[in-house]
Design a protein around this ligand. Structure first.
Ligand SMILES: Cc1cc2nc3c(=O)[nH]c(=O)nc-3n(C[C@H](O)[C@H](O)[C@H](O)COP(=O)(O)OP(=O)(O)OC[C@H]3O[C@@H](n4cnc5c(N)ncnc54)[C@H](O)[C@@H]3O)c2cc1C
Length: 470
């Protein structure tokens, strides 16, 4: 399995970023691909480690057979490697681009893990390029009809699996394009929308029906034998400060959606950072996507506020391998801001105190305040640390607090205290013919977890249909 000495001979090398100055001129992919010979060299680094934590719960929610397809890739057997990958990974073209690659951090090579994500991307793009990715409709139909509400990664993974198991699947999507956050959320430079469209066409060719611009409700799915709710955890955490109703204050996903619509249509974005001082509230990945998007739109400056202290540079004793390392990471948007502005956009232990608007009701500045750990265990403002910062666009990327009430009301179901549709027995079965999966069940998470959850829900529905005879 693998080249036992590969990791001693070849250093880890990721797909290189395009130069920041170059990629800031467009919304095209961030990375270029390594030459094929180097790719095989990277796969050869997957050693015969004996206990591959990469495919354990620590490393991969899909339990991808990583050492097996790395070995085949190294040997030049791309098609066999892809087939092995597709046994567990429904859409490697998504995870190969946006997955944080928990597997690489759980790798026995620790900080120097095998480049599984780039290897996965190479294999699936070979698959599409070589014409190996052909529709796989089921050989026979069961006669059962399943409705899927929501076409994010959870809904798409469930639809693919249910369809291949022979059920007739209709995906309802309230937006004008399928994909959920893959389409409207994750920016084009991280996941080109043509890649999402390509997969939708394949699913359609396999027999999955998509009904767009349509709200799924109990009435809309009444004629189906089962319904799976995959509506996401899309309710944003609001900014509860004086002046938050000013013009130019937006939630991150609304801003990123407008940017994607503009990139797709070529028209000016409905919300633009051009020539504005932009402040992003939230130091996480969504905030980073806002930073990268604002820079591409030609903002004057960008600052990213984070309430928490900066994470440590390296693992602490309480965060050992093979856990995901909770360490300081500088993502593409922050790297681009450093290249453009000469300094990191992140300001830690700081939050917004109030927002000031001009006579036209639009934000002109905001006051920030430093935070310090308080005796009660939380964070408290530090008196006298207030700073007034110019701001023409304030983007709130402060996380999500659960699924939206519209879908709950439409199906007459109630969320738990954390805003999730999460049955107490750990299953996906809510009640009667109704199931839930993805962020809607787990809370805002990762694409790879949504895919795994969608597939698990599909298997549960299949078993339930066969058991109950619906
Ligand atoms: C800006 C941003 C960037 C992210 N980047 C990454 C990343 O790089 N890597 C990563 O792994 N994860 C990332 N995530 C997280 C990841 O996108 C989510 O965990 C994942 O998309 C959840 O999938 P889902 O299918 O459960 O829900 P969603 O992707 O949220 O899709 C839900 C869909 O359901 C539709 N819907 C809701 N209710 C109804 C209804 N009643 N009828 C019809 N349709 C309905 C919505 O319109 C939406 O299209 C990011 C999240 C955000 C917000």
């Amino acid at each position: 399995m693998g080249k036992t000495t590969g990791f001693l001979e070849t250093a880890r090398r990721e797909n290189p970023y395009r130069e920041a100055d170059e990629r800031l001129k467009d919304f095209e992919e961030l990375h270029a691909a390594l030459p094929v010979a180097d790719r095989r060299g990277q796969a050869s680094r997957c050693m015969d480690c004996g206990v591959p934590f990469c495919q354990s719960d620590y490393g991969c929610p899909l339990h991808n057979l990583i050492p097996e397809w790395n070995d085949l890739l190294w040997r030049g057997l791309d098609r066999a490697a892809l087939e092995r990958l597709l046994q567990t990974a429904p859409f490697p073209e998504f995870t190969g681009r946006v997955c944080p690659a928990l597997c690489e951090k759980a790798c026995n090579l620790a900080n120097d893990g095998v480049t599984n994500r780039d290897n996965e991307l190479y294999l699936i793009e070979q698959g599409f390029g070589q014409g190996w990715m052909v529709p796989q409709p089921p050989s026979e139909r069961t006669g059962w009809r399943v409705a899927v509400a929501g076409s994010g990664p959870a809904g798409l993974a469930a639809a693919q699996r249910l369809n291949r198991l022979g059920h007739q699947v209709t995906v309802f999507e309230r937006a004008d394009r399928p994909g959920g956050l893959l389409m409207y959320g994750i920016p084009n430079m991280k996941l080109p929308k043509a890649v999402v469209d390509r997969r939708i066409r394949l699913l359609e060719a396999e027999g999955v029906a998509f009904t767009l611009n349509t709200e799924a409700t109990a009435a809309a799915v009444a004629g189906f034998d089962a319904a799976l709710l995959c509506g996401g955890a899309r309710k944003p955490r609001a900014l509860d400060v004086r002046g938050a109703e000013a013009g130019g204050v937006h939630f991150a996903v609304d801003y990123l959606t407008a940017a994607t619509r503009s990139a797709l249509s070529g028209e000016a974005p409905a919300i633009s950072a051009r020539d504005r001082d932009v402040i992003v509230v939230g130091g996480g990945d969504t905030g980073n996507d806002c930073v990268g998007t604002a820079l591409r739109q030609g903002c004057r400056s960008v600052v990213q506020l984070e309430m928490l202290p900066a994470p440590p540079e390296g693992r602490t004793p309480r965060n050992p391998w093979p856990e995901w390392p909770r360490v300081l990471r500088t993502d593409y948007g922050q790297l681009e801001a450093i290249a453009r502005q000469g300094h990191d956009p992140r300001v830690y232990e700081t939050t917004v105190k109030s927002i000031a608007a001009g006579p036209d009701g639009r934000i002109v500045s905001l006051e920030t305040v430093r935070l310090a750990a308080s005796a009660s265990g939380g964070f408290a403002p530090v008196p006298g640390s207030e700073v007034t910062r110019p701001c023409g666009l304030l983007l709130i990327a402060a996380g999500f607090v659960g699924c939206d009430e519209r879908t709950l009301a439409a199906f007459g179901v109630a969320a738990d205290a954390r805003g999730r549709l999460c049955p107490a027995d750990g299953s996906h079965h809510l009640t009667g013919r109704l199931f839930a999966a993805g962020d809607m069940r787990t809370g805002q998470s990762l694409v790879v977890r949504a895919l795994a959850d969608g597939r698990a829900a599909a298997d549960e529905i299949d078993e339930w249909l066969r058991r109950s005879g619906a």
